[in-house]
Design a protein around this ligand. Structure first.
Ligand SMILES: [Zn+2]
Length: 453
């Protein structure tokens, strides 16, 4: 009887604190305005220009003003320089060189080559906010023979579509201010073995950059499947890893004791995209694909995961394999090749809207709560504690997120203003996480607790 009363008491206390309403969870007016500015026409223009370089193969011409990877990367840099003007010189533009040698894991590199990632860095307005967000697409393209650097390789969808998303976000977001830094990146060397992305991931790790999320957009402009002809222009797949590629012994121990294989930080980012960004994209949805990538394939988010960062991949729901990685040709009356005419620009624009809502929400939100802990004891309660975020806008409070163990998404949110929550929910039956809540109810990424005595 006594314990029954205790539960009633705790529950009513909880309800009372839950009624202290999370500060508005409506859509943010600035983010809505930015999302509205994304234009399918503008995305078509970006893709058309990239296709005009003939090939953007990583080993193609770097001197010509009109063809090859050199002209393509200088053009992307010129777009960033154009956007820089609307930032009050608050954007830096770089062609970041990587000296790539043949041999070792560089099996698709026949000779020494200097690759250059194009970076537009929109500096944060708060000098004390060290958080960095990164959005990326790959500029290089290929034909059937991955080593052919001369033959036409339009790469309209793979991956001019992803780079167009990056450029479009830079165009719109550079008109606004964010507390933290946002890097817009077009990498080289994806098709030759994720070379540009690996260069950047290793550099960011060595420089101890506080990169809180990396969004890889690769093949985001097609809505019709080869073979079946199925069309889906309302859904984009978001891929994330189950078990982190890199984790410390302590992180591994915590994951194993909680059986939290569906709660890697990258998986939390996908839940965030679904819960926070999707409402801005009006009818366009993201799938939470519970794989790091498609079958037998990898992408530019992979080296970021291997270096311990939170990273996800956006890819269209249906792929067309008569277009992807195919030399442009007609065979037995069938057309092959990754041509501009196959791209669904409205679809790519919706992918851009989802990316924008994700980046802008993360940028405006407080940082993640720190040192989130769950007390180890055998009872039917769950006691959580945490510290305030180390950087970013100051939180107004915190959401404790709860779901049953078989559920993919958070089911219950309890808002608290303390740095702790005593919950009448058994840790055997539920998963928990904590996120910081900022101004206008904008939330941070969620953090799972570490069991502690
Ligand atoms: Zn690609």
């Amino acid at each position: 009887m006594r314990s029954f009363l205790l539960v009633i008491f705790v529950t009513s206390t909880l309800l009372a604190s839950a009624q202290k309403k999370s500060p508005a969870s409506n859509l943010d007016a600035d983010i809505s305005a930015m999302v509205k500015e994304i234009s399918a026409d503008s995305i078509r223009n970006h893709i058309q220009k990239m296709v005009s370089f003939g090939t953007r193969h990583s080993l193609s011409d770097t001197i010509s003003a009109t063809t090859g990877i050199g002209a393509a990367r200088r053009w992307v840099a010129s777009k960033f320089l154009q956007f820089r003007k609307q930032t009050g010189a608050n954007m830096t533009v770089e062609l970041d060189p990587a000296d790539v040698l043949p041999g070792g894991r560089n099996t698709r590199i026949p000779r020494r080559v200097i690759m250059k990632n194009v970076l537009g860095t929109l500096k944060g307005s708060d000098p004390n906010d060290d958080r960095v967000l990164l959005i990326s697409g790959h500029l290089d393209s290929r034909a059937t023979d991955v080593m052919d650097s001369v033959i036409a390789a339009p790469g309209a969808n793979d991956d001019a579509s992803g780079v167009a998303v990056v450029i479009e976000l830079a165009r719109v977001m550079s008109k606004y201010k964010f507390p933290c830094t946002i890097i817009f990146m077009a990498v080289q060397g994806e098709e030759q073995g994720l070379i540009g992305a690996r260069h950047m991931a290793e550099k960011m790790k060595a420089d101890k950059v506080n990169l809180i999320a990396m969004l890889n957009n690769d093949i985001v402009g097609n809505s019709v499947a080869s073979e079946t002809g199925n069309k889906n222009d309302k859904t984009v797949r978001v891929f994330s890893e189950m078990v982190p590629s890199l984790e410390t012994e302590d992180e591994k121990k915590a994951r194993e004791s909680l059986r939290a294989e569906n709660d890697s930080p990258s998986r939390q980012l996908v839940r965030y995209i679904k819960e926070v960004a999707e409402p801005y994209a009006k009818g366009f949805t993201a799938t939470m694909n519970m794989r790091p990538d498609r079958f037998l394939r990898g992408g530019d988010h992979t080296p970021f995961l291997q270096n311990g960062f939170v990273a996800v991949r956006f890819t269209e729901f249906n792929e067309n394999f008569t277009q992807q990685h195919q030399t442009v040709r007609t065979e037995n009356g069938k057309e092959y090749g990754d041509l501009l005419k196959h791209v669904d620009f409205n679809y790519a624009a919706n992918v851009a809207r989802l990316n924008l809502a994700t980046l802008a929400s993360l940028a405006k939100a407080p940082g993640k709560p720190q040192a989130v802990k769950m007390k180890v004891n055998l009872d039917n309660m769950t006691y959580l504690t945490w510290d305030a975020p180390a950087s970013g806008p100051k939180p107004k409070g915190y959401n404790v997120l709860i779901r049953e163990t078989y559920q993919p998404f958070w089911e219950k949110t309890i808002y608290v203003t303390d740095l702790k929550a005593d919950l009448p929910y058994s840790k055997d039956n539920y998963y928990f996480a904590v996120q910081a809540v900022g101004d206008k109810g904008i939330t941070s990424q969620a953090v799972m607790p570490v069991p502690t005595r």
